[in-house]
Design a protein around this ligand. Structure first.
Ligand code: HEM
Length: 694
């Protein structure tokens, strides 16, 4: 079974029971009577339910340390206590509850919702990294259905007596979330996914099902008119069927995976065999579509401190604090007004608002889906991207150019991206290390980003190929040549060598399991090269931490970005000359690593024998580079400097346990690297042959 989809279905089910506070107006009159409290006090109880969510961050912290099933269990047990004790009070099993007791219980019950929401959000976000807005949007919309579902059950169990109906509401609120949590716990988990393809078909079906569910919910909420046509039991059965329907998506996906014998959802290459990559890059249309699907964003994980400093967070916080609570208090008052006017169907109001609320929550994600995939003219992401390009000099300082854009070749050479991707996939399938070599080629070019690194020596200048860091070391020229000649056949004189290197580096990282990013395009190629600049600018492996920081600062990078970029050493190989001094002279190196490196790198001779920069997972782009550093297993002196008691230790440590943060920071830093002083406009040229000027 396609586990990602199943976990989303689990999240939907959880959410469909998590909005227990929204049916408060349906039983609040009974509480008011029993406690003999005023309308204002009753409103305060409605507020308490939402105020419980102010402590929702407890759930967030717990989810960092506990397995999801346990977070779920804690949340549903809090709800069991919060609503259960009130149920016992209403049924006279507990006699003496004060107003403040009920207030605290309501607060607790409100808080329980956050635990369940947290689990649903985590699952939706982690399992659908590129479609997280849509996944979260769909699952969140189901929270609005809770009141409708409970009302349907109450209608079946007890049709008339208001006091009994109130009891049933509370009983359902207390036990149903726990029941759902137990049912769903086995399927709800975070998968190990680095990225997922846009799952258009699955989401399309999900939207059809959810819209149909919403229409059904609204239709069956119009009680007086409908009850004659559809008895309560049938209405409930219909609702249950609609709730079960989303399971169609994982079932179909499962069958597809079975028949096609390959991962339908692109997973971490540890799960999905790399040899099947070729299959994945077959048709240009597929790849071009996928490129545009992958979109602009890089998932960004920020710490709690930075989150609290963000305006967005506070806007969201206050909107939620006032918005949500106002809605509930309003509905509660509406219920009371209806009551005093002798309208006995308060629960119909609850049910109706629940059903419409479902649409209210669903629509934003539906728009997001439509505007981000189908209607390119209104592509919100593309608009955002443009805005970012114009505004990005603020973010990236001098490193950002408004002349570059991600769709630069969309019209002039639409198959360029596919051609690069396909050629890189072939090269990496032939030799995995080539992915690393192409990444390094980009880094060495991009302390300039103008394809100067590709130029052969001429009578006018000595090229960069013979610079110390490049000589007998830098690789990948043949792959770039091959791509260039293929593209020249498709659209002569259009696509620059500098852009080809930048895209090839990104595609290499993705193929080896790393993050993706949008490459800004439109760089032009240099007409000269500088051996001296290459020698002075490209960092040497013998640098200490401070010199590394200065070296990158000279190009506008922070120390943090330098540490993230160094993670490029999670793939590829180094020659004995680059680490011999460390292995034979340094003490902060793991002894077993030193022994094994020495066997391959004698103290004299064997200068160009190779060892992997990340001995643990040499052809996977993951965070093992940092895990190695924490264990003194860095190969290069410069690498181990990042974790040797200095200012960057904490960042290395954090990346060693948080691959998502590393991926996000690496991708962001690569965008910045790629935008370092490119030639644009009429500067430079588009070389026909990457090795020489036209
Ligand atoms: C922090 C400063 C850096 C230093 C001192 C450094 C140094 C080195 C050295 C000495 C090698 C081995 C070359 C050889 O033996 O032939 C190497 C390989 C490599 N470097 Fe760096 N590097 C640095 C930053 C980066 C960055 C920022 C990236 C990419 C984002 C990168 C990507 C690579 C890759 C992928 C390889 C392996 C290439 C292959 O296998 O062909 N390096 N680096």
């Amino acid at each position: 079974m396609s586990k990602q989809w199943m976990s989303l279905v689990g999240a939907l089910w959880l959410q469909s029971m998590a909005g227990t506070n929204t049916n408060f107006p349906a039983y609040s009159s009974q509480i008011k009577k029993l406690l003999s409290i005023s309308q204002i006090q009753l409103n305060n109880l409605a507020f308490a339910s939402d105020a419980g969510k102010l402590l929702g961050w407890f759930a967030g912290i717990a989810a960092n340390y506990l397995p999801l099933w346990l977070v779920l269990l804690i949340g549903s047990i809090l709800g069991l206590i919060g609503y259960g004790v009130q149920y016992l009070f209403l049924t006279n099993h507990i006699n003496s509850l004060s107003y403040w007791h009920v207030f605290s219980l309501t607060f607790l019950a409100g808080n329980s919702i956050c635990w369940i929401n947290t689990v649903s959000y985590i699952v939706s976000i982690q399992n659908f990294p590129l479609d997280r807005q849509i996944a979260v949007g769909i699952s969140t919309s189901y929270i609005s259905l809770s009141a409708k579902i409970v009302t349907d059950i109450v209608d079946v169990v007890n049709v008339y007596a208001p006091s009994k109906r109130a009891e049933t509401y509370l009983l359902m609120n207390s036990v149903l979330p726990l029941f759902f949590a137990i049912v769903v716990a086995p399927v709800i988990r975070e998968m190990k996914i680095d990225k997922s393809r846009k799952l258009s078909d699955g989401f399309r079906v999900m939207f059809v099902i959810t819209i149909a569910t919403g229409i059904y919910a609204v239709f069956t909420s119009v009680k007086p008119a409908i009850s004659k046509l559809l008895p309560s039991l049938l209405s409930l059965i219909g609702m249950v069927i609609f709730l079960l329907l989303p399971i169609v998506v994982p079932l179909v996906e499962n069958m597809k995976e079975h028949w096609h014998g390959k991962c339908w959802i692109r997973r971490d290459p540890r799960i999905c065999d790399l040899s099947k990559l070729e299959e994945d890059v077959k048709t240009p249309e597929e790849v071009i579509k996928e490129d545009s699907d992958v979109g602009f964003e890089v998932m960004e994980e920020i710490g709690a401190k930075r989150m609290l400093m963000k305006l967005d967070f506070w806007l969201y916080f206050f909107a939620y604090l006032f918005g949500g609570t106002l809605g509930l208090v309003y509905l509660n008052n509406l219920g009371q007004i209806a009551d005093t006017r002798g309208f006995t169907e308060t629960s119909s109001l609850v049910s109706l608002s629940s059903s419409f609320g479902f649409f209210g929550r669903l629509l934003p994600s539906l728009f997001d889906y439509l505007f981000s995939s189908s209607f390119n003219a209104f592509n919100a992401k593309a608009i955002l991207e443009r805005m970012l390009i114009v505004g990005c000099s603020k973010i990236y300082g001098a490193a950002c150019y408004a002349d570059l854009s991600s769709d630069y070749y969309e019209k002039s050479c639409p198959k360029a991206m596919y051609t690069i991707k396909n050629a890189v996939a072939n090269a990496v399938t032939n030799e995995r290390r080539m992915g690393a070599s192409l990444l390094r080629l980009h880094f060495h070019d991009c302390f300039g980003c103008d394809a100067s690194v590709l130029l052969d020596d001429t009578t006018d200048f000595t090229g960069e190929k013979s610079a110390k860091p490049n000589s007998n070391s830098i690789r990948g020229f043949d792959v770039i040549d091959k791509i260039k000649s293929q593209i020249e056949k498709l659209c002569p004189g259009i696509v620059s060598c500098a852009d080809i290197i930048a895209v090839a580096a990104r595609d290499s990282v993705v193929l080896l399991g790393g993050p993706s990013w949008t490459v800004e395009l439109g760089r032009r190629d240099s007409t000269t090269a500088s051996l001296d600049t290459a020698n002075s600018d490209i960092p040497s492996p013998s640098l200490d931490l401070n010199d590394l920081i200065t070296n990158f600062a000279n190009k506008g990078f922070t120390a943090k970005e330098m540490v993230a970029l160094s993670g490029g050493h999670t793939i590829g190989k180094a020659q004995c000359t680059t680490f011999r001094a460390r292995v034979y002279n340094e003490t902060n190196i793991d002894s077993s690593l030193a022994t094994s490196l020495k066997s391959n790198c004698p103290s004299t001779g064997g200068d160009d024998t190779l060892s992997s920069l990340d001995a643990t997972t040499p052809v996977l782009f993951d965070n093992h580079f940092y895990k190695n550093l924490v264990n003194n297993k860095g190969i290069l002196h410069s690498d181990q400097q990042l974790y040797s008691g200095g200012s960057t230790d904490s960042q290395v440590k954090s990346y060693s346990t948080n691959p998502i943060a590393f991926d996000a920071d690496f991708a962001k830093a690569m965008v910045k690297l790629g935008n370092l002083s490119p030639l644009t406009g009429t500067n430079g040229q588009i070389r026909t042959n990457c090795r020489k000027i036209n």
